[in-house]
Design a protein around this ligand. Structure first.
Ligand code: SF4
Length: 242
């Protein structure tokens, strides 16, 4: 096995372990003859789900399995990893962004770069929640758009059925859309995010709160923008506690 193949196997194994942790599995029996190639290739739904988990985690695994090594749009050409989503499948709060960036593509996980750290700060310091336990995080497209551009309409059309199924399976109490592309995609119309952020909307019977994308906050780190996101999250939190 070449160094490149070993590194690819290790990355897949790491992602699989993170997904197990998302499903509440903190430890797995490990024999000394661990075969990395077979471990990384094993489909996630073959891994036992700890008793007490609902069928939501399994439903998400089925959606991920249906996606496979997806080539339904041109974003497959430049990606390293499909970034399906992470967090607690039983969460009442789902954050939806627009698409993975470079770090997310590398790790196969959403919101793990600079914008992800800002989102974690908003969730944990701002809202007093635990990101892994209290939220589920995903994007409208699961592969990285080149140069971090907005996803194009054909790419969104190809990928959106997976997000719709994720949201249908999780059926959270509140969806927070991060930025204009995610908000427009779920509402199915044009949105002026600076005007409409902070105003409750609805997506298939689920309350939806549009707010700024954390990457925008990093670019325009003004007191006004920080206060706006803080106010939006206060509304989301109040709804979660109702
Ligand atoms: S963005 Fe979505 S539809 Fe396009 S290749 Fe990736 S997973 Fe498939």
């Amino acid at each position: 096995m070449t160094a490149h193949q070993k590194s690819a196997h290790l990355r897949k194994l790491k992602n699989q372990l993170i997904r197990l942790q998302d499903h509440g599995i903190d430890e797995i029996p490990c024999n000394s003859q661990l075969d990395l190639s077979s471990a990384s290739a094993r489909p996630s739904q073959s891994i036992p789900i700890r008793s007490g988990q609902t069928g939501i985690a399994q439903a998400l695994d089925h959606i991920r399995a249906e996606m496979g090594d997806c080539d339904r749009c041109k974003l497959c050409e430049g990606r390293k990893n499909i970034v399906f989503g992470s967090g607690n499948p039983n969460a009442q709060l789902v954050f939806v962004g627009e698409g993975p960036g470079a770090e997310e593509d590398e790790q196969g996980l959403p919101f793990v770069g600079r914008a992800g750290k800002k989102l974690t700060e908003i969730i944990e310091k701002g809202m007093g929640l635990n990101r892994a336990q209290d939220t589920y995080i995903c994007n409208i497209v699961k592969c990285r758009p080149p140069g971090n551009r907005d996803p194009e309409s054909d790419e969104v059309s190809a990928c959106i059925p997976f997000l719709e199924k994720q949201l249908q399976a999780i059926h959270p109490k509140v969806i927070v859309t991060l930025g204009k592309p995610a908000t427009e995609t779920l509402l199915g119309r044009k949105v002026a995010i600076t005007k409409e952020r902070g105003q409750w909307q609805e997506y298939k019977g689920i309350k939806l709160m549009p707010t700024f994308h954390p990457a925008y906050l990093l670019r325009a780190y003004t007191l006004e923008n920080r206060k706006a996101v803080h106010e939006d999250m206060k509304k989301a939190l109040a709804e979660l506690k109702r």
